[in-house]
Design a protein around this ligand. Structure first.
Ligand SMILES: [Fe+2]
Length: 240
């Protein structure tokens, strides 16, 4: 296994795009990209998205401004094995049919690796991805459209557009809301990768649950079990 050229090119582009004097999280993202071990996957069939999402993807690609990261990713988009991230979430039909990803580096990627995940995520217009948390350190870099990121139940949402980015530290609870054009995002997941992603849900009695979603072999998420959200867990999640 070697570090693929694409990862080193991306590391340089991310480093340039995030600016000088990187924070410890930025430095971690860049160094993990520089050192990732991956092998080129056998050619695979590009994943087929539902027609409505294909239309959104085409519009977002057309509207995508040029830039260092987008110029690297644009030629790869149509080769990715696209899949619906929450296809099994039948209680949330808009989310189930409105969020898709294609991995560049990862188990399902053009380059296969267990070290980190890098790829492209698409959200249909005006879609809400509820509060959730995971152990991975996450970078979102907007390629096209806009998205609002909220770090905590009481935190002020931050809207980012093409060329802008957001970093979510490990365990930090966060929610996303796509703009009226939807959004296309370059994402990077590193640090501690686990197969758990915890959603936060308010109950009828005003208390909150944490609902565990588990990553499946095809990389999509499936609901597993729930527990009460304790004050200690909320504090650990940087809730504010
Ligand atoms: Fe996340």
């Amino acid at each position: 296994m070697t570090s693929p050229e694409i990862a080193r090119i991306l590391a340089r582009a991310v480093s340039t795009s995030l600016g000088e004097s990187p924070s410890k999280f930025q430095a971690r993202l860049i160094s993990d990209l520089e050192r990732v071990q991956a092998i080129a996957a056998a050619p695979q069939t590009a994943g087929q998205l539902p027609p409505r999402l294909q239309t959104h993807l085409a519009a977002l690609q057309q509207a995508m401004p040029r830039g260092e990261i987008s110029d690297i990713i644009a030629p790869l988009i149509s080769n990715l094995s696209w899949y619906l991230i929450y296809e099994s979430a039948t209680d949330w039909p808009a989310l189930a049919g409105g969020m898709a990803a294609g991995q560049m580096i990862g188990r399902r990627g053009l380059w296969q690796s267990e070290d980190l995940l890098a790829g492209v995520m698409m959200m249909a217009p005006d879609l809400h991805y509820p509060l959730h948390q995971h152990t991975a350190l996450e970078l979102y870099f907007v390629l096209s459209g806009t998205v609002t990121v909220q770090h905590g139940r009481q935190a002020a949402p931050q809207r980012i557009g093409p060329g802008e980015w957001s970093i979510t530290p490990p365990h930090q609870v966060h929610a996303l809301q796509s703009g009226n054009q939807g959004c296309l995002i370059f994402y990077l997941w590193t640090d501690e990768l686990t197969d758990e992603n915890w959603w936060w849900e308010e109950r009828y009695d005003g208390r909150w649950d944490r609902v565990c979603w588990r990553r499946q072999p095809d990389s999509s998420w499936r609901e597993s079990h729930r527990e009460l959200l304790t004050r200690a867990k909320a504090d650990q999640a940087g809730d504010s």
